[in-house]
Design a protein around this ligand. Structure first.
Ligand SMILES: *Cc1c(COP(=O)(O)O)cnc(C)c1O
Length: 412
């Protein structure tokens, strides 16, 4: 059985029953899940977690569902890779990649939030799943709705990458491209939600959805040997993931699973859409919305729902915010692939590029333990690298033909 008592307003602390709602009707603050930590303490410990499945569901006692998970049973527990080669290039010794580019089933961290959101939507009795998405959420909602045998209606900004579009359509989802940015799509969805009694995973199911991200933080700590790292570099879109990694570390501390958390959380954005990192740099607590213009489309949210809390997380933790140009994103995608054999999407180029900058600025020190969040797969954003490589050499199927080019032009 689950350990969520109900929902609670993050601002005024007014309590609500467990329902598909997300905004406090008194102060308009966001609602979040209110856990019974005393009950959790009695059943969740290192042993119970280690005895669980090699998926995010090993933390089921800390996730906001009341019945056994219905979909996404293989999500999570992705590799935490010691990145020696990349560390050498960046000049830091204890570097790790938390690699959700191989998450199941749709190769991004969104499989975590959607596994929880769709399981919860089924508990609530919904028959249609919906969302506003920058691409990865669309893929994951479509896949999980198909797995559950539910209908899905998904809204994206027009102009997304081909891989993200095809990777949604293939599951038989109803996909609608809206003229405008993600922020236009999200506003439209909030209006549509009034007339259609659907489970909008990042609107009315948001309090439950968001907590799926906590599993990413739990895994980092468990995979480091029940330790929280000195630094985490997190890609920021709506600011859900960054706040939930922080929450996950502190829940582990509260449960006595890790020592006092001293992690610095760094927000990473693309310069073409950097409302959160700009605010952090300016010492401001508030978001000034921007109009996104970057190849890092999966994290291009100009008016982030939890932006205020994302800024706060970086500041309170002693971290910072930094952003990189599209050119740096591309170079960093190539760097990660060449050094670690990991092909990430543009958002991963953002976190690798930002980490490089933070090391150069002395904000990340060589001996500290640093985790770079890699949250999506490069095969979905091939357009970003379209101009980077020559087409391969073509030869006749003859040894001579190979030896000729081997002599003249190969670099093996
Ligand atoms: C959605 C997404 C994020 C972060 O999203 P938040 O809204 O900040 O939680 C990061 N990386 C990728 C690849 C994503 O798709």
């Amino acid at each position: 059985m689950g350990h969520v008592k109900g929902l609670i307003c993050k601002e005024c602390k007014k309590e609500y029953p467990k329902e598909p709602i997300h905004v406090c009707e008194y102060c308009f603050g966001p609602l979040e899940c209110n856990y019974d930590y005393e009950a959790i303490k009695k059943v969740v410990n290192k042993k119970s977690i280690e005895a669980g499945p090699p998926t995010m569901w090993r933390y089921e006692g800390l996730l906001p569902i009341d019945e056994a998970p219905k979909v996404g049973l293989k999500a999570g527990f992705t590799p935490l890779v010691k990145a020696k080669n990349l560390g050498k290039v960046l000049g830091i010794k204890n570097l790790y990649i938390k690699n959700d580019s191989v998450n199941h089933p749709t190769f991004s961290f969104k499989d975590r939030v959607v596994a929880v959101a769709v399981s919860k939507a089924i508990e609530f009795g919904f028959d249609t799943i919906s969302c506003a998405s920058t691409g990865n959420l669309a893929n994951s909602v479509a896949a999980h709705a198909a797995e559950a045998g539910l209908k899905s209606c998904i809204f994206i900004p027009d102009g997304l990458e081909a891989g993200k579009i095809l990777g949604t359509l293939v599951y038989g989802s109803q996909l609608i491209a809206v003229k405008g940015s993600y922020d236009d799509v999200n506003r439209l969805c909030s209006e549509i939600a009034v007339n259609h009694k659907w489970a909008f995973v990042n609107i009315n199911i948001r309090p439950y959805y968001g907590d799926g991200s906590k599993s990413y933080g739990y895994e980092i700590a468990e995979q480091l040997g029940w330790k929280t790292p000195d630094n985490v570099v997190v890609p920021v879109a709506g600011s859900s993931l960054i706040t939930k990694i922080w929450k996950a570390f502190h829940e582990f501390e509260m449960l006595g699973l890790v020592e006092k958390v001293q992690s610095k959380i760094f927000a990473a954005q693309a310069t073409g859409c950097a409302p959160v990192t700009t605010a952090i740099k300016n010492g401001s607590e508030n978001i000034v919305p921007v109009k996104p213009n970057t190849i890092a489309k999966s994290i291009a949210i100009g008016n982030p729902a939890d932006g205020y809390y994302g800024i706060k997380t970086a500041n309170v933790s002693g971290g910072y915010g930094e952003d990189v140009s599209d050119q740096e994103v591309v170079e960093s995608m190539k760097l990660l692939a060449e050094t670690e054999g990991i092909f990430t999407e543009t958002a991963g180029g953002v976190t690798v590029g930002v980490t490089k900058k933070l090391v150069e600025q002395g904000r990340i020190k060589p001996d500290e333990t640093t985790v770079i969040c890699i949250t999506g797969n490069g095969l979905k954003t091939q357009e970003a690298l379209a101009d980077c490589f020559e087409t391969p050499m073509v030869i006749e199927p003859k040894v001579n033909s190979f030896e000729e080019i081997f002599e003249n032009s190969l670099t093996v």
